[in-house]
Design a protein around this ligand. Structure first.
Ligand code: AP5
Length: 176
């Protein structure tokens, strides 16, 4: 199992969709939350804050258990999860043996703000994007430190390149 993570607009979901076409089961925290979270949590998300951790962990746990039976562990990729210390702890306690690596998409604020302004999703308003970037920066180093302590490799990928070039890097890391 892999985690594909990165800041808002770094291209996680775009790469995840490509992986889905290559037989990977892709579990997207943002997509699951937008589909299934109650209004109270959708309101947190609209402001650019993280959704409730317990709710998010349980959504991901359910999806993982569904996919493990059909895809095996080596063909599951998590999109945008875990993204806080409490989540990575929960995941590693439940699934440590299955976690292979983290792929980290990196892009400058200028690049991602440009992309999100063009996209215009309901949480792509300037204040919410600023908040998502702030929240990402606040939490990501703790997640990466946790992986380091557990010897989970983290592969940084330059996500300012064209989609196809990024996907080439993803394929090299996943070895297919
Ligand atoms: P989520 O849906 O994961 O949003 P995000 O992290 O803010 O990321 P985005 O969807 O904005 O961007 P992306 O990196 O997926 O890029 P994409 O491929 O879409 O989460 C939304 C909210 O849900 C969070 O704010 C939070 O509230 C909640 N949430 C999610 N996960 C959570 C968790 N684990 N715990 C708690 N709460 C959680 O691309 C963006 C745009 O750029 C698109 O228009 C795309 O076409 C374009 N693009 C992509 N790649 C390229 C490229 N290489 N070149 C040019 N354009 C590109």
């Amino acid at each position: 199992m892999y985690s594909l993570t990165g800041g808002p607009g770094s291209g996680k979901t775009t790469q995840i969709e490509l992986l889905g076409r290559h037989g990977y089961a892709t579990v997207s925290a943002g997509v699951l939350l937008r589909e299934r979270a109650p209004q109270r949590i959708l309101d947190q998300m609209l402001k650019g804050d993280l959704a409730d951790h317990d709710f998010t962990n349980s959504l991901i746990g359910q999806a993982l258990d569904e996919f493990k039976a059909s895809h095996g562990n080596d063909k599951i990729v998590l999109d945008g999860y875990p993204r806080a210390l409490i989540q990575v702890r929960w995941l590693m306690e439940a699934y440590e043996a299955e976690m292979t690596a983290c792929l980290l998409l990196t892009a400058s604020d200028e690049c991602v703000i440009r992309r999100l302004v063009e996209r215009g999703r309901s949480d792509d308003q300037p204040e919410a994007v600023k908040q998502r970037l702030k929240v990402y920066r606040r939490h990501i180093s703790e997640v990466l430190d946790y992986y380091a302590a557990r010897n989970v490799p983290v592969y940084e990928i330059d996500a300012e390149r064209p989609v196809e070039e990024i996907f080439k890097s993803v394929k090299e890391i996943l070895q297919f």
